[in-house]
Design a protein. Structure first.
Lengths: 181, 170
């Protein structure tokens, strides 16, 4: 009983220190921790429906059995402009592959701005708008550009947060084809 | 042997603590008790307030007007209309984005520590106060000894005479 107060003070100190440590290291809620990761890797790709620039509807069902690279981008994002020449080169290499789809989904931008961009740069891969941002949400994007590789059996096998390079895209494509990297 | 007045005094001594406990329990219950039925729109707003806007670091989806935040709002309303529970909806977002999508830590696992430690702190600090109060109560009041009283009498007497007997004694 003589040292009860001392023990209680020690207990309070231990609790404060433990609380500080937990808060400092805590608890997985730092948004920066997840900023460059995708929790969808290794999981089934989300179902989505987007609208191509000619007004047709394109859904994930239409892409079943194909190797797909999905690139979220928009016309006002500087890193998207930086990666654009790389996308163009990459697509030119694989344009003839009937089992491969390169899909650009416009995130947080207007159809009119997208059409002006496509007319200016002559992008000849599939470009689609995302009404309501549902596809961007389904892929848990945090910004743009973000690129996902989907295998023919519908699994997300790789991703790139930020601008892609031709080499990076080739690695994603190899992973999606099951060729390893 | 405990007499009836002793028992009465003991109960009376605990009354303030019991009253304090009742007040604390009532306040916690009042704050934590769900208030009435919530509409689907309220549920969607409450859930959006728990979720971090994915493309803006420090705002909830309810407070942001980005496309992602608006998409989350629509998605939450759709899921509620489909009959999904709040826990199921939270889990969908955790699966997609990770725990960081939640503005507040989950109330399980390590997150429970964050919720539990402040409570533990209050309990331990309260126990400390109880021990301290009891110790103060146990401390016997100081009483003057016969020597003390004699010393005071002699000082008073010497002041009345105009001499200090203590000085004379030295």
């Amino acid at each position: 009983m003589k040292h009860t107060t001392r023990w209680i003070a020690l207990g309070v100190a231990v609790v404060i220190v433990a609380f500080s440590v937990v808060l400092a290291t805590q608890v997985g809620n730092d948004p920066r921790k997840d900023a460059n990761t995708s929790h969808l890797a290794g999981k089934a790709a989300p179902k989505f429906t987007v609208e191509t620039l000619d007004g047709a509807t394109l859904s994930s069902r239409d892409l079943a059995g194909k190797t797909v690279i999905v690139n979220f981008w928009n016309t006002w994002c500087i890193p998207c402009k930086q990666e654009h020449p790389e996308l163009t080169k990459f697509h030119a290499r694989h344009n003839d592959d009937p089992d491969f789809v390169f899909l650009g989904i416009v995130r947080d931008d207007t159809k009119a701005a997208t059409e002006r961009w496509v007319k200016k740069y002559g992008d000849d891969w599939t470009i689609a708008t995302d009404p309501g941002g549902k596809a961007a949400l389904a892929f848990a994007t945090r910004g743009q550009p973000e690129t996902f590789a989907i295998s023919p059996d519908g699994v997300i096998v790789g991703y790139q947060i930020g601008p892609s390079s031709v080499n990076g895209l080739e690695q994603l494509l190899s992973a999606a084809r099951g060729e390893g990297t | 042997m405990t007499t009836a007045p002793d028992t009465e005094r003991g109960v009376r001594g605990w009354l303030p603590w019991i009253a304090l406990g009742v007040v604390v329990v009532v306040v916690i219950a009042w704050v934590a008790w769900p208030s009435g039925t919530t509409s689907d729109a309220d549920r969607a707003h409450d859930l959006a307030a728990e979720l971090r806007c994915p493309d803006c670091e420090s705002l909830s989806a309810a407070d942001s007007q980005t496309q992602s935040a608006r998409a989350i709002g629509r998605d939450l309303r759709d899921r509620i209309a489909e009959g999904q529970s709040d826990a199921e909806i939270r889990q969908v977002y955790i699966d997609r984005y990770g725990e960081s999508i939640l503005l507040k830590p989950e109330q399980n696992g390590l997150g429970l520590v964050v919720w539990g430690l402040p409570v533990l702190f209050v309990v331990v600090a309260g126990a400390g106060l109880v021990v301290a109060f009891r110790r103060w109560r146990r401390t016997e009041p100081m009483t003057a000894t016969a020597d003390d009283e004699a010393l005071v009498r002699s000082v008073r007497a010497s002041k009345a005479d105009g001499t200090d007997q203590r000085t004379d004694q030295r």
